[in-house]
Design a protein around this ligand. Structure first.
Ligand code: GLU
Length: 291
């Protein structure tokens, strides 16, 4: 099978050094394996996505020396695909509509108990208030959740292979862990027609991705993706979660960290090689000697 990987930014802010690392590493791995590198624009969150950020992504990547086949997959154009995947899960009886807002969830969760995790890779672990609601009752105000207990029972649990430097190894899905540390994740957000976990799984399958290369912050979410792949009958790619690029104080870079925006380095006269050196993909070139 041809090696295929992708870079999947959301056009909700500038690309920064962490994105450059992901994209360059993915492209280098594709080149080393005679494979393909694909670009996907993750713009289902229409309230936060902006055309000028999408444009900036294309410009920054091209400047970095990255190229990708056209047409680019854009999530906003794929809602029927996500709908079909959701319907598949709903037909299996694994989904329910939920009307709780953040405050409802906090109130229902009650006081934190020692040893019981409050947050998982999909945010606050949902206390299950709406779990008995029927899909027939779903309205525009609802999100759609996966009933995790039913899901782990319905799936033929698989394992996934991680090739990244930090977590490298084989990871069997652990039903107990999914129930207690992940919980009833959101499959469709209010007014969005999908949510990250559902879209990413459908897209990786449709783009025939064999190797997902992305930041280590998404490692914990991978068990959700592999579970959804098992439920939907989709293949599980290999995963490679790379270390995160941190700022000088050791904090991980955030989208809003404009100081590390590629556009800013470009404006200051950096070269693509400088960026490769900054993210540790090549040795920094020696400073010119002064005589
Ligand atoms: N769109 C996600 C982000 O910008 C990346 C998702 C992924 O690589 O799976 O963080």
């Amino acid at each position: 099978m041809t090696f295929a990987t992708r870079f999947a930014p959301s056009p909700t802010g500038p690309l920064h050094l962490g994105h450059a690392y992901s994209a360059l590493l993915a492209q280098d791995m594709a080149a080393a394996n005679d494979g393909v590198f694909l670009l996907r624009i993750e713009d289902i969150d229409t309230a936060r996505s902006r055309p000028h950020w999408e444009q900036q992504i294309y410009e920054d990547l091209a400047w970095l020396g990255i190229d990708w086949p056209q047409p680019v997959m854009r999530q906003s154009q794929r809602l029927p695909r996500y709908r079909a995947a959701l319907d598949q899960l709903s037909t299996m009886g694994l989904t329910y509509p939920c009307r709780c807002n953040r405050r409802d969830i906090e109130a229902a969760a009650g006081a934190p108990q020692e040893g019981v995790p409050q947050f998982g890779p999909d945010g606050r672990i949902y206390p299950g208030t709406c779990r008995n609601r029927a899909m027939a009752d779903a309205g525009a105000e609802d999100v759609i959740r996966l009933n995790m207990e039913s899901a782990v029972r319905a799936a033929r649990l698989r394992s996934f292979t991680e090739t990244g430097e930090t977590y490298g190894g084989q990871y069997p899905l652990d039903p107990e862990r999914l129930i207690t540390t992940v919980g009833d994740i959101i499959l469709v957000r209010r007014g969005m027609g999908s949510a990250y976990h559902l879209s990413v799984v459908v897209d990786d399958a449709d783009q025939q991705i064999t190797h997902v290369v992305r930041g280590a912050d998404l490692f914990e979410a991978t068990q959700i993706h592999v579970l959804l792949q098992a439920l939907l009958g989709l293949p599980t790619p290999l995963y490679h979660h790379h270390t995160l690029i941190r700022d000088d104080s050791g904090k991980r870079l955030a989208k809003r960290d404009d100081a590390r925006a590629i556009a800013k380095y470009r404006a200051e006269g950096a070269t693509p090689q400088d960026i490769r050196a900054l993210v540790g993909l090549i040795e920094p070139s020696p400073a010119p000697s002064s005589g």
